[in-house]
Every structure is written in structure tokens, then in C-alpha cells.
Design a protein. Structure first.
Length: 386
């Protein structure tokens, strides 16, 4: 293995530069700056450390950058993945300050996940500085729009085929092997509009939705009682939004309920839809005035990777050497781009830095953990791509 030196000063400067660039996702916050400026910075940074860089724009101003360190051939290819967009800055006193206090750097995106991107760039720099001759290609993907629709990673995987990926979302330097997915669904009950005085004519869609909600609560309790996944726990659901009726003196003709169902590895969209449709069918059989429809709004699949997968072993070995201990293997309850890569046939694992405050008023990342992360990523590339 070549001797790899992590340039801490470069990492710190790069992260500060990244934080100072406003890259608020405009799909989340109208008028947000988007990714164009930060993408230009990253493309230049990649070229300066010796990688080829290409930009991809799946939507106007929504730019991802992919850097490539070309391998000599015959080895496996690896992608390091981090997103460049952030959530908004409401109520943050100094969102772009990049201030350093007690070994932590503060600012929007420090933890989620510009720190990880800086570590990816620093890892690539360590490889080029050492003249490492990898067998396979190393890609650094700085992707747009993870915080909203993930169009960045979805687009990048259309252009690049790799054997494995490391998604660098924050994990406190633990190794994440699984995360939950989610499905958004909408149930609409229909009744018959009538004046509030005409009980003989009106059919209350809101009351019918109440019957559905009572059954939905039973299902929710049953889901949480299931054994669940060994890393992410049981599935769950919640009634997210409810809209019904138009005025006080009218029977509601329609009522809409939007549901979020959190899924675990092994569950399918068909299974989730089937559970809800079964409730509708039971209620309709018991009450001829009960009418409801169900539709799926969005599906984000759960993610899991086998502990014995080659990329998991490579990251695990690199982390053990860096940390002088066995890393913890965990699951996460939230969704990440790892699921998109895995669904595309890319063996994927997740590891990222220590910090706090993602989407919160105060956000920070531990700088030493980024040095450790850069070491782990560079060593993983040497081991996996040889």
C-alpha cells in the first residue's frame, strides 16, 4: 500500500470554502441559490488535484460534478458520493461563517454534508499526491438535489457504471449497512354533499375517513409490534395530512388523507399497498356507503448490503486500521441516496463523520473525524480498486 498523507490544512480550507458558498436547494426554499456556484468550485478543485471533471445538469441550474481518477485497468471501480445542496438557513445566526471552535467547524452544510465532500476531495488528493496507481477507476461524485428529489444521484448513475460506492452521509464513523425507505400514499373517501340540515341526503366523507383512520391506527400498532429488521427495527406509518369539507353547514363530499409509510429491507410497495387496500375493502364490505380510493404518490426503497460484501470488508478494514478498533455496524431510520445506487446494482455502503445539527439552527462537524474519514476513504480506494 502506498504511503498516504492526509493534508489537514487542505481539508480545512476546502470545507471552509464549501460552507461559504450558498447552495440552498431551490426546490425546498424558493429562491434558493442552487448548486451552480458550488459545482463550479468542486470541478475546479477536482482538476487541481489531478482528476478529470465533468458536469451534469439534469435540470436548469441543478448541477452535479463527477471527478475521475483513471485506473490502469483490471481493477474494480469505486464511487465516493456526497451531495452539495443544503436545506435552508432560517434562524441561523451565521450560516456561512465556517467558524472553528474547539475542533469543530460550524455552518450550514458542515455536517450534512459538505464536510464529507471535503473528505472525499482530500482522500483523492492523498492518492494523487502519493502517485497511487489504482487498478480500477475512482470517481468522486458531488451530486445535486439530495435534500429534495435526489435527481443528482439518479442522473449520475445513468452516466457512470461502477462496481461499488461509498455514500459519505454522517454516521459518526460507524458503518451503515441498511436504512429505511418510505412510501407516500393518499386515501380519498367520497360522500355526498348536502346542506347540513339534510341528514337524509348527505353522506359524510369525513366520517367515513374516521372509520378508515381507526383501522389505520390498528395497523400502525401491528407494524410496530413486528420483529422488524435487525439493524433498522420495525416498519411504521403515520397520518401526515388530512383535508376534508368546505364549510360548516355542508356534508363533506370528499376527504383526503396522506400517509407516510416507513419501510424496512424486504418490504415491497405491493405489500404496503395491499395492507391499506385490505382496510378499504373490509370497510366497503361492511358499509355500502363507504367509498374510497388509494393511490401511491412516491416510493423510496429501503437499502441494505450484506456484511460480507467486498466493499463493506474494504471499508471495515480501513476503518479498523484508522481507528485502532472494530467499527460499529449500524442501520439508519432515514432515507439516503444509497438506495438509488444499490437499486442500480452498485454494491454500496455508508460511512461519514461525527457532528450534529443537520437541518437545525446550529450545525457543526468534528474536524478530526473528517481527517479519519479521508484516511478511510483513501485506504478503501487502494484496497478495493487494486
Amino acid at each position: 500500500m502506498p504511503h498516504l498523507t492526509i493534508d489537514r490544512d487542505y481539508l480545512t480550507r476546502t470545507l471552509a470554502d464549501l460552507i461559504r458558498i450558498n447552495s440552498i436547494n431551490p426546490s425546498l426554499v424558493p429562491g434558493g441559490a442552487g448548486e451552480a456556484e458550488i459545482a463550479a468550485y468542486v470541478a475546479d478543485a477536482l482538476r487541481r488535484i489531478g482528476l478529470d471533471a465533468a458536469t451534469h445538469e439534469p435540470g436548469p441550474g441543478r448541477i452535479s460534478v463527477v471527478g475521475k481518477l483513471k485506473g490502469r485497468g483490471g481493477g474494480q471501480s469505486l464511487m465516493l458520493n456526497a451531495h452539495v445542496d443544503t436545506v435552508g438557513i432560517e434562524n441561523m445566526p451565521d450560516p456561512f461563517s465556517a467558524a472553528i471552535r474547539n475542533g469543530r467547524m460550524y455552518g450550514r452544510g458542515a455536517y450534512d454534508m459538505k464536510g464529507s465532500l471535503a473528505a472525499c476531495l482530500t482522500a483523492a488528493k492523498a492518492l494523487t499526491d502519493a502517485g497511487a496507481a489504482l487498478g480500477g477507476d475512482l470517481l468522486v461524485a458531488a451530486v445535486a438535489d439530495e435534500e429534495y428529489a435526489s435527481v443528482g444521484t439518479a442522473d449520475v448513475i445513468k452516466h457512470y457504471k461502477v462496481d461499488a460506492a461509498v455514500v459519505t452521509e454522517a454516521t459518526e464513523l460507524n458503518i451503515c449497512l441498511a436504512h429505511k425507505g418510505f412510501i407516500w400514499l393518499e386515501v380519498e373517501t367520497t360522500g355526498r354533499a348536502a346542506h347540513g340540515s339534510r341528514f337524509d341526503e348527505g353522506i359524510d366523507a369525513n366520517m367515513r375517513m374516521g372509520c378508515f383512520l381507526a383501522e389505520l391506527e390498528k395497523l400502525e400498532k401491528e407494524l410496530r409490534a413486528r420483529k422488524g429488521h435487525f439493524l433498522v427495527g420495525p416498519p411504521s406509518l403515520h397520518a401526515a395530512t388530512l383535508m376534508g369539507g368546505t364549510e360548516l353547514s355542508m356534508y363533506a363530499a370528499r376527504c383526503k388523507l396522506q400517509i407516510e409509510r416507513r419501510t424496512v429491507p424486504g418490504e415491497t410497495e405491493a405489500q404496503v399497498v395491499g395492507e391499506l387496500q385490505a382496510i378499504i375493502d373490509r370497510l366497503a364490505a361492511a358499509d355500502p356507503t363507504f367509498k374510497a380510493t388509494l393511490k401511491t404518490l412516491l416510493v423510496r426503497a429501503p437499502f441494505s448490503v450484506a456484511p460480507e460484501a467486498a466493499i463493506v470488508k474494504a471499508v471495515g478494514q480501513a476503518a479498523s486500521r484508522m481507528l485502532s478498533r472494530e467499527p460499529d455496524y449500524i442501520g439508519q431510520p432515514f432515507w439516503m441516496d444509497a438506495a438509488l445506487l444499490s437499486a442500480a446494482g452498485v454494491e454500496t455502503v455508508v460511512i461519514g463523520p461525527i457532528g450534529a445539527g443537520a437541518h437545525a439552527r446550529e450545525e457543526w462537524v468534528d474536524l478530526q473525524s473528517l481527517v479519519h474519514l479521508a484516511h478511510i476513504l483513501a485506504q478503501t480506494a487502494v484496497e478495493y480498486c487494486r
